[in-house]
Write a protein that binds this ligand. Structure first.
Ligand code: SF4
Length: 385
């Protein structure tokens, strides 16, 4: 068969994407994402990308689909809802830390990649032509949200998420860069209007201006991408969030009315870690092997063992649960990571009391890492007043 016309290709893509279970699909050309490039440059120059190396790459690379595939003619942007519903209610003293919704089920990278490859095969057989494609979700250097906006999936909300008027913002974005000419969609339209609920609700004030999130303050960055210390002045504001943060999406009126339950069983709470982590269990994960076994196939592996245990120390400190004191003291004394020991010291200080003070004083006699010793001394000072 001859090359399909751009219109034929578009019809086939939209139909097959829907049949494959994608909630949203749109197409844009493979030319550079100039609007996104401008946004990114400003954000990078302001130092808001923190230490996320992949977001500090040259703007020309991140904004140009042809850098990923030389033969690219079109970018197909796809959206799949991961919305698994609300957090089940739990008692305050249950010793649980929240997981951001996108990570309740199985790791989206592998799940979506498999379906994207199927979609490419379906497209080839429907159009009876070879399609060269690069398929990915959140795993290559491209401004996926900008591509999604230009493909008509939605508009940039004040929380910097792409908001779809059909499904809100609880969806994964995936892309197929292909070597077919496809009739493009119009860029996404819509606005937040006068609403600034996300900016008001963000516990750390990370949304500095409409659409501009300072990663250095964002709980998602601090608990997932960040490998080091969580700044002391931000720890209390993390509350009970052990992995990621959904607050700026939860308060969004679009999500309140449009969020669509995910149709993909892989993203249900039953398929993965679920909505909460048991703090006591995580605080006891002492080796990478144990951690990998516990979270194999889940996006929760992203911060690594030390990062996740660090987060759970912070949550345990914020919840001030006495029954977690022995677990925190074990982290303080036994963990090989100075980041974990430092955050455990802080959390022991937050729980407070005579047993906590004794543990901290004992640790101050044996700890040799200066940064941990500083945390230990600060915690002793807080308890002793
Ligand atoms: Fe603020 Fe949480 Fe949204 Fe980050 S994810 S901008 S911390 S509300």
């Amino acid at each position: 068969m001859n090359q399909p016309s751009p219109r034929q290709a578009r019809r086939a893509i939209l139909r097959l994407a829907d049949a494959a279970g994608f909630d949203l699909a749109g197409v844009t050309g493979a030319e550079p994402l100039s609007r996104g490039a401008k946004r990114l440059k400003k954000w990078q120059d302001a130092g808001m990308s923190a230490d996320m190396g992949y977001m500090q790459r040259p703007v020309e690379l991140l904004s140009n689909p042809k850098k990923l595939q030389k033969t690219a003619r079109s970018v197909v942007s796809l959206g799949v809802s991961y919305y698994p519903g609300d957090y089940p209610e739990v008692a305050e003293d249950s010793g649980l830390g929240k997981v951001a919704r996108y990570a309740w089920g199985r790791d989206y990278h592998t799940v979506i990649k498999e379906r994207l490859m199927e979609l490419r095969r379906d497209l080839e057989s429907e159009l009876e032509t070879k399609v060269r494609a690069r398929a990915f979700t959140d795993a290559v250097p491209l401004l996926e949200r900008s591509a999604a906006e230009r493909s008509g999936l939605g508009f940039f909300g004040r929380n910097s998420c792409i908001i779809s008027r059909e499904v809100g913002s609880f969806f994964f974005i995936a892309d197929l860069i292909i070597d077919l000419d496809v009739e493009p969609d119009r860029p996404g339209s819509g606005t937040c209007g006068k609403c600034s609920r996300c900016m008001d609700a963000c516990p750390t004030g990370a949304i500095k201006a409409p659409g501009v999130v300072d990663a250095r303050l964002c709980i998602s960055y601090l608990t997932i991408e960040n490998r080091g210390e969580i700044p002391v002045d931000l720890r209390a504001r993390i509350g009970d969030r052990a992995f990621g943060c959904d607050i700026c999406q939860e308060v969004c009126p679009y999500n309140k009315t449009k969020a669509r339950m995910s149709r993909w069983p892989e993203f249900s709470a039953e398929a993965g870690a679920g909505p909460y982590l048991d703090l006591q269990e995580i605080l006891a994960l002492r080796t990478k092997k144990e951690f990998d076994r516990r979270f194999s196939g889940s996006a929760i592996t992203r911060p690594g063992r030390a990062g996740l245990v660090r987060n759970c120390c912070v949550v345990a400190g914020n919840l001030r649960l006495e029954h977690l004191l022995p677990s925190l003291v074990e982290c303080l004394v036994e963990d090989e990571s100075s980041v974990v020991r430092g955050h455990a010291a802080w959390a022991v200080g937050e729980v407070g009391g005579a047993a906590a003070l004794l543990a901290l004083k004992t640790a101050s006699g044996s700890e040799t890492d200066p940064s941990v010793l500083e945390e230990v001394r600060a915690a002793i000072f807080r308890i002793s007043g």
